[in-house]
Design a protein around this ligand. Structure first.
Ligand code: HEM
Length: 240
């Protein structure tokens, strides 16, 4: 394994980012299979559970980095080795977190829909980041975007089902577990990024070229979708 600093923190960072990246590959495949399944389909629960398993590993990797690497070590010893590169006059920021697989999970699961307040911001975020993905993931994104995002679609379909059968209950419960893991990554990550920005000079950018504003937008979007799911009437009915 190549090292720029020889620090144990760098070795841990490389290991955790690799583990996190690999863990979400089956999650993306599973979520792609859900695109055409209705809310009462018995196959949905297992596919969502597969995605949750991947995101659990992703969240754990982030927590391990957060616990072990101080903002000072990351920002001053490691971050200098993530410089943007200028190729043919174009500034390229990869590789950065914004180009990791949660981008695809967001597209499949919670992306803003036409007319929603965050749509314009999100479309621009996609334009800037999708071009860094391997061809197979860009194709997956194209496929996902021909369908509604899973979470708002399933919530709408569940609302139209007058009697919630056990499949609908189970599928929504699995979706809630998945969203819990997405938040278990996203909120501590936002905290970690802010702790790093606090020790850096004003106006610093993350390795993907963004400030933490993009992370605030993503956290808001995730929390808003999580709320939509928690308010779904089936949640109440399941407890009665
Ligand atoms: C295992 C460790 C890490 C993982 C897996 C990870 C993953 C990610 C992901 C998936 C994103 C896209 C936004 C999102 O989905 O919420 C992102 C963006 C970002 N991350 Fe991380 N991250 C890690 C460590 C860090 C650390 C230590 C910092 C410290 C500054 C950081 C700062 C940022 C920033 C500023 C962004 C915004 C986009 C950018 O400029 O790249 N991340 N990261």
């Amino acid at each position: 394994m190549r090292s720029f600093t020889g620090l144990p923190e760098e070795a841990l960072f490389i290991r955790e980012v690799r583990t996190a990246g690999i863990a979400l590959r089956p999650a993306v495949d599973a979520l792609l299979e859900t695109l055409t399944l209705p809310v009462d389909d018995p196959a949905l629960a297992d596919l969502l559970a597969e995605a949750t398993r991947g995101f659990t590993v992703f969240a754990q990797s982030l927590l391990s980095v957060k616990r072990t690497i101080t903002p000072e070590t990351f920002s001053f010893e490691m971050r200098p080795y993530f410089p943007p590169m200028t190729v043919g006059g174009q500034v390229l920021y990869a590789p950065g977190g914004a180009q990791m697989t949660p981008l695809l999970v967001d597209i499949l699961l919670i992306r803003p829909e036409p007319g929603e307040p965050q749509e314009e911001w999100y479309e621009q975020y996609l334009v800037e980041n999708l071009l860094y993905l391997p061809a197979a993931y860009r194709a997956a994104s194209d496929r996902a975007r021909r369908h509604r995002p899973l979470l708002p679609r399933l919530v709408d379909e569940a609302a139209r089902h007058r009697a919630h059968g056990p499949e609908v209950q189970r599928n929504l419960a699995e979706l809630r577990s998945l969203m819990r893991e997405v938040l278990r990554f996203r909120l501590p990550h936002l905290q970690l990024a802010k702790a790093n920005m606090n020790v850096r000079p004003d106006g610093s950018l993350g390795s993907g070229g963004y400030t933490t504003d993009s992370l605030d937008h993503l956290a808001d979007l995730t929390l808003e979708r999580h709320r939509l799911l928690s308010e779904e009437p089936a949640a109440g009915r399941a407890q009665r």
